[in-house]
Design a protein around this ligand. Structure first.
Ligand code: FES
Length: 576
């Protein structure tokens, strides 16, 4: 925005610092208590850096340095940076699941932005739930904001192998259980698989969400794929800081960015990268915060049009560093241009179409040409049937194609402890054709909707060489996981959904091409079981958990709190 058009009285922070009254005297004098003077913080945008750094978030260990880079950019552009810590959701150390706390971060983000003299925000996140948590909050607060992703860690090497986060852990754990990997090798993998600062370097939930944020228009161009520890990542942070000051002057808000079309772009990105199924839940939640009435059906509609072009693990062969070197998300999206809404506004000040124009694919193995996709359509599919009346999802591109049409008998685990206790029992009545079912693993049942959906293959089958089976649950699975896993069954078993009534020995039919999941039990028998089903007791009675249990929505609705969906005008605090 030209200098002459900048009017400091239009800044939100001026409501705190400009009036000649007692309250504003207090605001100013206490800023000065910190050694600041008027030149520091008056008549210029105050940009909050919402930093999800924590010593317990293994993926954000570089965030203090990056926050310093962002500050440098804000100062260069004539803004005043303030760093504000918000809840850090580190995937690796939080129990039972970070998903339990995504909405808490979203609430904190919304209220922090609303109650402080903040003109714009840089949202620093990366590890899985920090991305939707920050974005959901910023969308609701509707303060100008730009997302700054943590970036993936570097590729790991072990012996002659390239290791990918999560995916290779599951792979080598299975080999260890099958007796094919010694303790020394397992220990070596533990030592080297997390090679640098940054998020998982497979196309897990973190990278999926970074790509979704970029495609939705909420990041600077090319931000999603830059590895956390390369020099370009620091430059991205500085550029993000600089741009955030302009966002404040331009008053460009999330409501100008996130709409039906940009949500479609985000879904297309999710599908074409073969991204995490968690992205579905998070896009639903973000869209609904923005007042976009999204349902699972839209994912399936777009899934029938969008090819999977990103050949990235766990769906494909390569890792995020390869994706970055191949041109990154922008180059991939340029290949999909005809399927995108290219006129959508982005935080960078240009349209998505301008942002991706002319980006070149450097490596056609990593970013496939349109005529040689990893999958022509249907990388992730939505299924329905009498086992999942409100829908469930499967990432077909990461499944064994042989199992996408399958009929088998159910082997039911009542909950996670039951599964853990019995799965490796040599007498478990299981064959490679069984359908493993886990219940009590949904948003309410687990509780917290953990990533238990990639049920382990029973040891006795691993020893026979089995590496994939049909698995069905009301859980999520990690974006780094793979296999024929039907997830997010809705309504969940805790609410008496059909999964609660399935018994070992029932016949289950999966037909992905027909988008169906069928429980072959007569209606009278289902009714008989339904009448004797007893609702489990609520496990949580106090605090945040009690609020979660009372208000979280089901997977097909995005698992937001029912009272936070949609746009609602919120009173600004400046009159107090
Ligand atoms: Fe943080 Fe995977 S554990 S991104």
């Amino acid at each position: 925005m030209p200098l002459e058009n900048r009017d400091p009285s239009t800044l939100r922070s001026s409501r705190w610092f400009s009036p000649d009254d007692l309250r504003s005297f207090g605001h100013r004098s206490r800023m000065k208590q910190m050694g600041l003077d008027d030149t520091d913080f008056r008549n210029k945008p105050i940009v909050a850096i919402l930093n999800t750094w924590s010593d317990l978030n293994t993926c954000h260990s570089h965030f203090r340095e990056r926050a310093a880079d962002v500050k440098r950019g804000i100062l260069q552009a004539g803004g005043f940076p303030v760093e504000v810590p918000v809840m850090s959701l580190g995937e690796m150390l939080m129990k039972p699941s970070t998903m339990l706390y995504r909405n808490m971060l979203a609430m904190e983000t919304e209220e922090v932005l609303r109650c402080h003299p903040i003109d714009a925000a840089v949202l620093m996140g990366g590890c899985d739930k920090t991305v939707p948590g920050l974005l959901m909050g910023a969308i609701s607060a509707d303060v100008p904001a730009v997302f700054m992703p943590a970036g993936p860690m570097l590729k790991a090497r072990w012996k002659n192998e390239t290791l990918g986060s999560g995916s290779d852990v599951w792979k080598y754990w299975a080999e260890r259980c099958a007796g094919n990997l010694c303790d020394g090798d397992w220990n070596d993998i533990e030592n080297c698989i997390g090679r640098s600062a940054g998020t998982c370097m497979t196309m897990g939930t973190a990278s999926t969400m970074a790509c979704i944020a970029e495609a939705m228009g909420m990041t600077m161009p090319g931000a999603a794929c830059i590895p956390a520890v390369v020099a370009e990542h620091s430059r991205l942070a500085v550029a993000t800081g600089r741009r955030s000051v302009e966002l404040a002057w331009e008053q460009l808000r999330p409501s100008d960015i996130v709409n039906k079309q940009s949500v479609d772009n985000a879904i297309a990105a999710l599908l074409t990268i073969g991204g995490s199924t968690n992205g579905i839940v998070h896009i639903l939640a973000m869209a609904r915060r923005a007042g976009v009435p999204l349902t699972l059906d839209r994912f399936d509609e777009l899934s029938q049009q969008v090819p999977v072009l990103g050949d990235i693990r766990p769906s494909g062969r390569f890792l995020m560093e390869d994706f970055y070197n191949a041109g990154g998300l922008a180059a991939l999206l340029e290949r999909l241009r005809d399927l995108l809404h290219v006129d959508c506004q982005t935080v960078s000040g240009t349209s998505l179409g301008q942002q991706i124009a002319g980006t070149e694919v450097i490596d056609n193995e990593v970013i496939r040409p349109r005529d040689k996709p990893l999958s022509p359509t249907g990388g992730t599919c939505v299924l329905r049937g009498n086992l999942a009346p409100d829908g469930c999802v499967i990432k077909t591109v990461a499944a064994d194609p042989r199992l996408l049409k399958h009929t088998g008998t159910a082997l039911v685990f009542d909950n996670y402890p039951d599964m853990k206790a019995r799965i490796d029992d040599p007498n478990l009545p299981v064959t490679k054709d069984s359908v493993l079912i886990l219940r009590s693993a949904g948003p309410l049942g687990a509780p917290g909707f953990p990533e238990w959906g990639m049920l382990p293959i029973p040891k006795k089958l691993l020893k026979e060489g089995v590496r994939d089976m049909v698995r069905i649950s009301d859980a999520r699975m990690s974006g780094t996981s793979y296999g024929t896993c039907v997830l997010h069954v809705s309504p969940e078993s805790h609410l008496g959904g059909p999964l609660a009534l399935v018994q070992t020995g029932d016949e289950i039919q999966l037909d992905v091409a027909a988008r169906s999941i069928t429980w072959n039990v007569p209606a009278e028998e289902i009714q008989r079981r339904q009448s004797s089903w007893k609702a489990p007791e609520e496990k949580w009675q106090r605090g945040y958990q009690a609020m979660f249990a009372k208000h979280v929505t089901q997977a097909h609705d995005g698992c937001d709190f029912d009272f936070l969906e949609g746009r609602s005008p919120q009173r600004e605090p400046d009159i107090f």
